[in-house]
Design a protein around this ligand. Structure first.
Ligand code: SAH
Length: 499
């Protein structure tokens, strides 16, 4: 049959049957694929074709002819224009199912795992009880509207135009009041917002971070210059704000601002923060906890943005590591040592490897404030440090019991995986933020002596398309596997496997 030839501005009715990497709806009309932003699986939509290629086109949503059963009213008024969330208009249960399917599909397609294996190892995704106000960090760009009034908000998807919104519903409930106070102050003293085109103006961004377990709040103003006029008055106004909370995870009734700083950034760049910061009020850091490990967080340091789900993820990683206190553990891609320190309390020795020197400084400091003496941190690429250590041949280091990896989206370098396999740890715990590279790397490990025991997806970022997973792999030659303490789930796995 001759395929109909579509062209720009054509209108089509499309049934959405799938969703892509960025949460865009995907439908087919006579074998011709149409991508539609803001359309959900199950929607029947009318679209106008914008960009037409031979076999596919991008369509602009015109009308939802029949909404998907999972379609709900989004939390935020600006959900479709704001670049932060992609799937707010999907009911949370459906979001979780979508993420589970995404991980499963990649394991099938890229990892070539069969239904048998998936049926045995794949665990239902761990979602949030209250999937909002989960972020402990927000970075609001500051700009001006047409009338010249200062605004704070978020960039519209893929652009730098600011959608005014001082209360993102993923962020903490004190952000709105803090921003309002800063905008009022700046208005009073005619302090202009930074303009990316002219590179003039002072206020670039406001960073707000919270310690969810401590109630501590940090504010850092990123400025195109060195100082803020009348800064004392600003800190006074901020410190007199009453910031009551009904935050879902709070064990306190009021937030307290304990750190206010400025970070000069005069560069013409998309990087938000400057290289340094100067304290205007209080401390240079706030403190938060994951489990019983404390972390000092400065305006410049990395910290997991959803501490509630992070604790659930790391608890799984800890269970999968099956520690008794006698083990040597490597934590590759360790960042500021969050996983390393979480595991160190239950292991004999933990070695952390991370490419960013400043993160390793943070990791060492975090070990110190927690009185953890059995964690050692190294700066370098995992794929270089691990083979070097292996060549050196130090028996304890090269025969770890457990190796944990938590790589960035591109996954592990093959050199790194090769060395892991050569070191023959009894268990490998793989924490992943990208199911596609996870599937690729699991395939490698399973072809080289490891059994996949668990795949546990965790929803760290509700309303976005991102999904994390933590997986357990066990060495096929591990002695008396059924006696290895690999956590309750793994014991269950072996019971089924051996029955
Ligand atoms: N496990 C940490 C951070 C994981 S994010 C936590 O939970 O907080 C991934 C980390 O890998 C980042 O800190 C990044 O800087 C680091 N990284 C990226 N490429 C690397 C490489 N080739 N070798 C070692 N670390 C790397």
């Amino acid at each position: 049959m001759e395929r109909p030839v579509y062209k720009k501005n054509d209108r089509l009715e499309v049934a959405i049957t799938d969703m892509g990497m960025d949460g865009e709806g995907i439908g087919k009309v006579d074998g011709f694929t149409v991508f539609v932003k803001d359309a959900l699986i199950g929607d029947i939509v009318s679209v106008k074709l914008m960009k037409v290629k031979k076999n596919y086109a991008y369509g602009k949503l015109q009308e939802i002819i029949r909404p998907a059963a999972s379609r709900v009213e989004p939390l935020c008024f600006c959900a479709s224009s704001c670049g932060g969330c992609q799937i707010q208009s999907m009911a949370y249960d459906a979001q979780l199912l979508f993420k589970e399917q995404k991980v499963k599909n990649d394991l099938r397609r890229i990892g070539e795992f069969g239904e048998d294996t998936l049926g045995r190892v794949f665990l239902p995704i761990i979602g949030m009880d209250e999937p909002k106000r989960y972020r402990n960090k927000a970075q609001y760009p500051i700009g001006s509207d047409r009338e010249g009034n200062l605004i704070a908000g978020f960039y519209a998807g893929r652009t730098h135009s600011i959608i005014p919104n001082t209360d993102c519903l993923l962020g903490a409930d004190c952000n709105g009041k803090i921003l309002k106070c800063i905008l009022e102050f700046a208005g009073r003293y005619h302090i202009p917002a930074y303009d990316e085109e002219t590179r003039k103006g002072l206020l670039r961004h406001v960073l707000i971070r919270q310690g969810f377990s401590t109630g501590e709040v940090m504010i850092c103003l990123v400025i195109n210059g060195n100082t803020i006029p009348n800064a004392e008055e600003l800190t006074k106004s901020l410190c007199t704000l009453a910031l009551p909370t009904d935050h879902p995870e709070s064990c306190f009734t009021e937030w307290k601002i304990t750190s206010i700083s400025v970070s000069p950034n005069t560069a013409n760049t998309n990087v938000i923060m400057g290289h340094t910061f100067r304290v205007l009020y209080g401390n240079s850091y706030i403190t938060d906890k994951i489990g019983d490990v404390s972390f000092e967080i400065s305006p410049l340091s990395f910290f997991q943005v959803n501490p509630i789900q992070t604790e659930k993820l790391y608890s799984k990683a800890l269970a999968y590591a099956g520690l008794t206190g006698e083990e040597t553990v490597w934590d590759l891609y360790c960042g500021i040592g969050t996983i390393s320190l979480f595991l160190a309390k239950k292991a004999k020795k933990v070695y952390g490897v991370e490419i960013v020197p400043q993160a390793i400084e943070n990791a060492k400091r975090n070990a110190e404030i927690n009185g953890i003496g059995n964690a050692e941190f190294m700066v370098g690429k995992a794929e270089e440090v691990l083979p070097e250590v292996y060549r050196e041949g130090n028996t304890e280091k090269i025969h770890p019991d457990v190796i944990v990896v938590d790589p960035p989206r591109k996954g592990c370098d093959e050199q790194c995986l090769q060395t892991i396999v050569s070191m023959k740890p009894q268990r490998v715990v793989y924490v992943s933020c990208d199911p596609a590279t996870l599937a690729r790397d699991l395939k490698y490990l399973c072809a080289n002596g490891y059994d996949l025991c668990h795949v546990q997806p965790v929803d760290m970022f509700p309303h976005t398309v991102h999904v994390e997973s933590v997986c357990l792999l066990v060495n096929q030659n591990a002695k008396a596997k059924q006696h290895v303490n690999v956590g309750i789930d793994a014991e269950e796995y072996y019971r089924i496997k051996n029955s």
